[in-house]
Design a binder for this molecule. Sequence first.
Ligand SMILES: [Zn+2]
Length: 413
Amino acid sequence: MSTTPALGGAASGFRRMWHDLESLGLDDETGGYHRFAWTREDHDLREWFAAECAQRGLDLTTDRMGNQWAWWGDPDAAVAAGDPGVVIGSHLDSVPNGGAFDGPLGVVGALAAVDQLRHDGFLPSRPLGVVNFADEEGARFGVACAGSRVITGVLGADRARGLTDPDGVSMAEAMQRAGRDPATLGRDDETLARVGTFVELHVEQGRALVDLGHAVGVGSDIWPHGRWRVDVPGEANHAGTTRLDDREDALLGLAAMVIAARRAAEQEDCVATVGKVHVVPGGVNAIASCATGWLDARGTDPDSVLRVVAEVRDVVSDFDGLVTQESWTPTTDFDPALVRRMASRLGDVPVIGTGAGHDAGILANDGIRSAMLFVRNPTGVSHSPDEWASADDCLAGIAALADVVTDLAGAGA
Ligand SMILES: [Zn+2]
């Protein structure tokens, strides 16, 4: 099958929906988006999603975390028959100053795929769901994929409720203000049982498809990744009167760590990033008494990633620093048979891994048959206003999604 868009049902709806969302949460100065969980913008996005689902006659439900699921067909009848549904979708929230595509392409694309399937006269042999996951980016409370982590139980309800945003507002309070009851949080077996297969369409967050010259690719796995906190001690003192020999400058240790991480990542063919640092006391004319940095390291091979961290630990120990692991996620493989089936259905498409986490990975780790489709991003940039995909490529992604659904939920599937 070709991924050339059959423009019938999807194109005009896609353009209209994209236009609807364009100004929502937009920062006019930067051109980026601020769409954080359980805020006014998030509320408007959820209302928009509910209205689009109602327009299509899809039955909308919310789970224990407030993720929105809209069904074409009866998901519970399918569960009772032992043949649960196929779900497509993604998330509508963003990182601070995020791009327009990360998340919304998968939700808008799923709705447009429904339009395309109906235009084609498709009748699902099992229910088709469209999901809008809540709080995927973790931009407000610091835990990515909070929506899928809570309903799979990976993120405990008490811990989730107690997470706070930079203003000290807890997730429980934020949900309450948004009209949701935080007491409902927890693993949601009823919701998960309805999901036989999950396919998430997403803008690519790197340059693999650009270099390969393809508009669409099938995701095979999510790289192993982790976060480590690095604390380096020092001694606060005067920037003018303390001789260089007499200093214990915490920031020097942290700087060595940043360079070491970069070098080790190059050697190990990984990626390593220190994008957040905290310096105490933080004065221009004061020597740092304590410097903390957060290391994010990822790669295709878990052992290589851990060797990068070991190298960082080595360098930091020379400065009496401490490295603490905050999270570690091993390789997440999407369902190999599903990946093969999608790739052969779509024909000549690359199968690629990704360094970014997704709700599809959380569901896969819960044992749900899951995979992803990626749409080419010519800038290769993501989590920034420069993130981009052409309308033609988005439509190719939607056509591929509709094609995959036809295969997975069609007659004889
Ligand atoms: Zn995303």
